[in-house]
Each structure stands twice: as structure tokens, then as C-alpha cells.
Design a protein around this ligand. Sequence first.
Ligand SMILES: Cc1cc2nc3c(=O)[nH]c(=O)nc-3n(C[C@H](O)[C@H](O)[C@H](O)COP(=O)(O)O)c2cc1C
Length: 439
Amino acid sequence: MKTPMPGTGERFRSGKPATMKEHVDSVPPYQREIYQRGARGQNPRVPMHFEELQAKARQQLPARAFAYVAGGAGQESTQRANRRAFEDWHIQPKMLRDVSERTMKLTIFGREWRAPLMLSPVGALGLVREQADALVARAAARCRTPMVFSNQASVKMETCASLLGDSPRWFQLYWSKSQELVASLVSRAEACGCEAIVVTLDTPLLGWRPRDLQLGSLPFARAIGLAQYLSDPVFQSYLDEVQLRPGGPITLAALQVFYEACRNYGGSLWQNLRTRRPLKAVQQFIDIYSRTDLVWADLEFLRQHTRLPIVLKGILCAEDARLALDAGMDGIWVSNHGGRQVDGARTSLSALVEVVAEVKGAVPVFFDSGIRAGADVFKALALGATAVGLGRPFALALGLAGEEGVVEVIENTLAELDLTMALAGCCNLEEVRAHRLLR
Ligand SMILES: Cc1cc2nc3c(=O)[nH]c(=O)nc-3n(C[C@H](O)[C@H](O)[C@H](O)COP(=O)(O)O)c2cc1C
């Protein structure tokens, strides 16, 4: 029996003579530029391969910074499994499909994105580099890649927003014990032009993270990752009332932490030492950071306080996806927080398959945890993700090479995604989504 022609498009049937342009495109411009720079003796600033990126970051970043970014929960089995899950799925390249014209564009909540890739919210990046989130915002704007402001950012959202031009941005919320603070953060996000609120559900408590525990390192104790709070009028108003609880013995290390908290708090060092307001901020943050009693019905509060789409991050099963739909949520973000919360939790990729089957296209399904390169993005899309988030790779690149490092990681990922599409026989994201992966 004759195999039917694939697809319905004319492009499968009628060959057209290759033009000069198509010959040039057989090495896409970004890749060509890398080879040309290489020929002049200029190598990429950050290693192309994730394992090497991580190894270099281990050598060069301060121990506390590397532990925080690279570490996961417990024995890090979920973190490893996230990667293995990608390796269990295989792309089936298809031939003779005319892939000379390709696009990665898509529309999310009414806004056109360059590609199905965004920067996941990553907190406490101030550990990794000064002005961290501001550098990330500059890179995101240059790459026209959406940025999700972390609730635990080290630069306040207003500053990052001002650096983003008209590039898309979302705000990620950790639901505080103070509803007033939640409302304030959300209204600031709206004022900053955020186009969605992402509520992260998987961190009502910080996971058991041995690498940080071993170093006794909690960035927030040094007022790293508190920029959204310190710049918030509601949070600041609470500090007037804070009574400091007695601390432990005054050691050199404790003084160092206090000094760093004062520095990160900003303003006059002398004033900070005198009022001890940075310590009050740290204590207040720890007291109200999150709610362990949050339930599905609470989402109504957020709905009443924002006109923006609400996306729930941390969903890992069909049952919760159904509850999210029933609660009228606008998007679901499948994630196990990069294996940082529950060691032994299922892989994000296996949850994606289940959630996509439950949601049946009713709302977009976002994905992260384990994306290391463009081929991973392809696989997640083929398994039904609408768009994916990049996490550790950009955080480590930020540490190694600042803004330029982040730009490189984003552009490398997008270039590899584009090539993977072409070599698999796909010209657009509909074709990627229709692509059947093999197990
Ligand atoms: C250092 C670090 C900090 C993070 N901070 C946040 C955060 O503030 N809010 C949040 O929702 N997720 C946070 N995440 C989780 C990421 O958004 C994302 O889910 C995770 O990085 C995906 O895993 P991967 O980086 O291994 O691909 C953080 C992840 C890392 C590595």
C-alpha cells in the first residue's frame, strides 16, 4: 500500500527550486556568527553544554550562591529524574518536509511572543551577582523573551519593568500571611505592566535543601531576595511595629550576616545599624512569608484583586489541574520547582502528559523543571506544553557572565529549538505539537 502524503499543506508536494537565500540559511545566522567569532578566536562566554556550565559555575561562584542555585531537595533524586524523563522521550525526525520557512511565534493571553520560552521566576539571584534581576531584565528585553519577576527578587519589580521596554513580563506571587501585602504586590505588578500573575503553590514551606543547610545559608537572613518586600509600602508600614526577638550570641559570623543585611537593605548604613530596621525586615519577612493554610477557595481573593490572567505554578497531577479549571484559573504551570521542594516527587514531564490530557486545551499549560536546551523545549511542546520556562541555566550564566551570559543562554536555546524543529520536519508550533514523540 502506498503511504499517504504527510499533512495537507502544498509544501509536502511541490518542490520549489532552491534560491540563494535558502542556501545561505542552511547555516542559520546565529550559528554562523558563532562559527565566525570562533574563527577569530572568540569563544562563547558561557559553556554551551549545561553540565559544563554548571561545572564552571561551581568553580567560580561563591559557595553559598552555587549551593542555592544548583541544590535541590533531599538527595536531589527528583532533580536527576527531571533530566532522565527528558532522555526517555525521543524525537522522530521526518524528511523532505520543506522547512525553509519557520516560525516559533505564538500568542499568549492576547500578546505575541517571539518563541515559546520565558524566564522562570528565580529568587535570591542577588547571591549570584549584584543588580542580578536588573541584568536579567536587560537580557530578556534584548532577546524579547518574557521575564517572570520573582516574589523573592533582589531588585524591585518597578526597576526591572523600566528596563524591559515593551517586552512581556509576569509577576510571580508567594501568598503571604498578609492579604493586604498580597493585594499591594498584585496592584504594583499591574502598574508595572505585568500581563499575568503566577501563584506558586508548591512552596508554603521551604524544602529540605541539604546544600544550603550544610552551609547554614539562608539568603533571606542577609536580606537577599527581599526587594519586593522592602519596596512595598504595606510591608514597610509593618516594620514600625516589629519587636525584635532576642537573637543568639554575637559572634563574628553573626555580625557579618547583620552587616550584609544592612547593606542589602539599602540606605544609610549608620541609620540601619542604629534602627536595626534590616533585622526587623528579615524577622517580619520570615513571619509572614507564606501561608500553610491556603486552600482552593482562597483563590477567589486574588480573582477579586486583579483583572490579570492567573496562572497556578506547581501543579503536578490531573486532579489539581481539574480543581484549577473549576476555580476559573487562566493557566496551569506544571513544575516541581526544579526538584527543590519534595525529594522523590514525580518528574515534571510525566505530570505534563497527565495534566495536558485533563485540561484538553481549555487553558494554556506552561512547563518547567529540567529544560536545559532547545531540544528539551521541543519535547515539552510535543508533549503538550504551550510554552516553557528556563530556570537554572540562565541563573548560572548570570553568575558567570552577567547580562551577556543570560543573552547567550537564551539565544542558544532558541537557536537549538529552531534547528530541532527544522531537522524534525516542523515549520511552526502546531506541527511541533502534532509531532509524536517515541518512548
Ligand atoms: C535558585 C532558584 C530560585 C528559585 N526561586 C523561585 C521563586 O522565587 N519563585 C518560584 O516560583 N520559583 C522559583 N524557582 C523555581 C523556578 O521557577 C523553576 O520552577 C525551576 O528553576 C525549574 O527547574 P530547573 O531550573 O531545574 O529547570 C527557583 C529555582 C531556582 C533554581
